[in-house]
Design a protein around this ligand. Structure first.
Ligand SMILES: Cc1cc2nc3c(=O)[nH]c(=O)nc-3n(C[C@H](O)[C@H](O)[C@H](O)COP(=O)(O)O)c2cc1C
Length: 214
């Protein structure tokens, strides 16, 4: 008899600035009752340390993730997270037979954009993205860089052609957003829209000027 498998979203955090986008996306997935498999690249440890002051450790990921989210370590939503070390090529998300729904890379470094576009699979994050594309599952790549050089622009086009959604971390301002968290949540909401996961992260446009303002 085969158990009903857990069907997680894989969230890959790479080493671009913008770790609040990762936190907002993971929190929103968990709050929507989704399961999350988390992969944090080696470089992302530097951005997390720089932007939050938290030294993210494989062996203490639950405490470190809780601290990052401002949650207690025994927060029940963290039970829906499975963590895989970035160097673990034997991890579930390395295989197409692992029952993932799809994947988000948030934030995506230009190195991750290049590695995924070229199929380098240099770590578990890139391998999981490669698997997501070959299995024709949704892949959202939330690139965070500006300005963009020609190589990155080409890699983004290749990702689009391969079926990924390239979603720049570029919040819109039509929803009457007033603080940084609202701008961050706007981007996380656009990611969840692509995944088809319900959320209330921003007010939607309703067809009239000013209609998305709270
Ligand atoms: C504090 C810090 C901020 C960074 N910000 C960015 C960024 O916004 N965009 C980017 O593409 N790379 C950024 N980098 C460089 C990447 O971390 C670097 O290219 C790395 O190789 C990415 O590896 P990864 O894709 O395996 O995570 C940053 C690095 C550090 C230390």
């Amino acid at each position: 008899m085969i158990d009903h498998p857990r069907r997680p979203w894989i969230v890959g955090v790479s080493g671009a600035s913008g770790t609040p986008y990762a936190a907002a996306t993971i929190r929103a997935l968990l709050e929507a009752g989704q399961d999350v498999d988390l992969v944090v690249s080696r470089a992302a440890r530097l951005t997390i340390l720089d932007e939050t002051g938290i030294g993210f450790r494989d062996g203490h990921w639950r405490e470190d993730l809780a601290a990052w989210f401002g949650w207690p370590a025994d927060h029940p939503r963290l039970d829906a997270v499975r963590y895989w070390a970035a160097g673990d090529f034997a991890a579930g998300p390395s295989s197409g037979s692992y029952p993932a729904r799809g994947m988000v890379v948030v934030p995506a470094s230009t190195a991750a954009v290049a590695g995924i576009a070229l199929g380098l699979s240099k770590d578990l994050l890139q391998r999981a993205a490669d698997v997501t594309l070959k299995e024709r599952r949704p892949l959202v790549v939330c690139v965070r860089e500006t300005p963009l050089n020609r190589a990155t622009l080409r890699h983004m086009l290749e990702l689009d052609e391969a079926g990924a959604v390239v979603l720049p971390a570029a919040p819109g301002f039509y929803a009457g957003l007033k603080d940084v968290q609202q701008l961050v949540d706007f981007v996380a909401g656009k990611i969840l829209d692509v995944l088809g996961v319900e959320h209330t992260l921003f007010q939607r446009w309703r067809g009239e000027i000013g209609s998305a303002r709270p």
